[in-house]
Design a protein around this ligand. Structure first.
Ligand SMILES: Nc1ncnc2c1ncn2[C@@H]1O[C@H](COP(=O)(O)OP(=O)(O)OP(=O)(O)O)[C@@H](O)[C@H]1O
Ligand SMILES: [Mg+2]
Length: 254
């Protein structure tokens, strides 16, 4: 089982759109995939609502170790795509996790899955919290969408330094540009400097595209909504890179 996360300290940068599209692409290739919406706002549910799923359940029993994760999984979203929707009770997860000191509650919650699940995708809320630390510890790779602006590069550097200082696995971080608008000179310039700006950027960048916004309205992944769009193509490129990271890089063999 591999675990990846889409995380950024900034809100509204395309974490959830990427998590849902990558989860769908992975499941379509037969990887048994679990998408877990860790953000109490529950945006991933909107993107999957076209497939129909039930409301999220209160996660307190799971957090307390009194119920297994299997009880919270909705397994009928798409073939090979399971989903744990968010629940507003997750707002309190940090209070609960703070009490756990050194134990990684997230890791403990995920451990019963390892036999049946190939890939777990964590869609994270935009905060730097105890949950983020546990996500960074558990994840094999963390994909970080960045809008190509100086401010977002600044917040990226702060985040990367935090991960280094806390020894949470800076080598796991893979930034990528999202909401890219090629009409803007700054966006084009920063894209051209990607190799100098980052150690391990993804090659794939996600364009700003109204079809991605429509995912929320229609409740469908891009591959269903508009497979020939440029954005869908870029998400397929991204999925190839992620597969390479997880199963073919040699660093993570097995
Ligand atoms: N590539 C894109 N092009 C145009 N709009 C996009 C794109 N990606 C995301 N959006 C839109 O931007 C908004 C935020 O996207 P999304 O929910 O994926 O970001 P997020 O980083 O998960 O946000 P949050 O921090 O609130 O969880 C949504 O309205 C979404 O439709
Ligand atoms: Mg989100």
């Amino acid at each position: 089982m591999r675990v990846i996360a889409f995380y950024s300290p900034k809100g509204g940068v395309g974490k959830t759109a990427a998590a849902v599209n990558i989860a769908y692409l992975a499941s379509q290739e037969g990887y048994s995939t679990l998408l877990w919406d860790l953000d109490p706002q529950g945006a991933a549910s909107f993107y999957l609502s076209g497939a129909g799923h039930r409301q999220g359940a209160k996660l307190s029993k799971l957090l307390q170790g009194r119920a297994p994760i299997a009880e919270f999984i909705q397994d009928n979203v798409y073939p090979d795509l399971d989903f744990i929707p968010a629940h507003k009770s997750f707002r309190n997860i940090d209070i609960r996790l703070e009490q756990d000191d050194d134990t990684n509650a997230l890791k403990a919650m995920l451990s019963p899955l390892s036999e049946d699940t190939s890939l777990v995708i964590l869609d994270c809320p935009p905060s730097l919290s105890r949950l983020t630390e546990q996500v960074l510890q558990v994840a094999d790779q963390v994909y970080v969408p960045l809008v190509p602006t100086w401010l977002s590069l600044n917040s990226w550097q702060q985040f990367r330094d935090f991960v280094r200082t806390k020894k949470l696995g800076p080598k796991k971080l893979r930034p990528f540009f999202a909401l890219v608008d090629r009409r803007k000179k700054l966006h084009r310039d920063l894209l051209a400097q990607k190799a100098e700006l980052f150690e391990r950027p993804l090659k794939a960048s996600i364009p700003y595209a109204s079809v991605v916004e429509r995912m929320g309205e229609e409740g469908l992944p891009l591959e269903v909504l508009s497979p020939t769009s440029e954005a869908a193509t870029r998400f397929r490129d991204m999925w190839l890179e992620i597969k390479q990271d997880l199963w073919h890089s040699g660093r993570k063999a097995g």
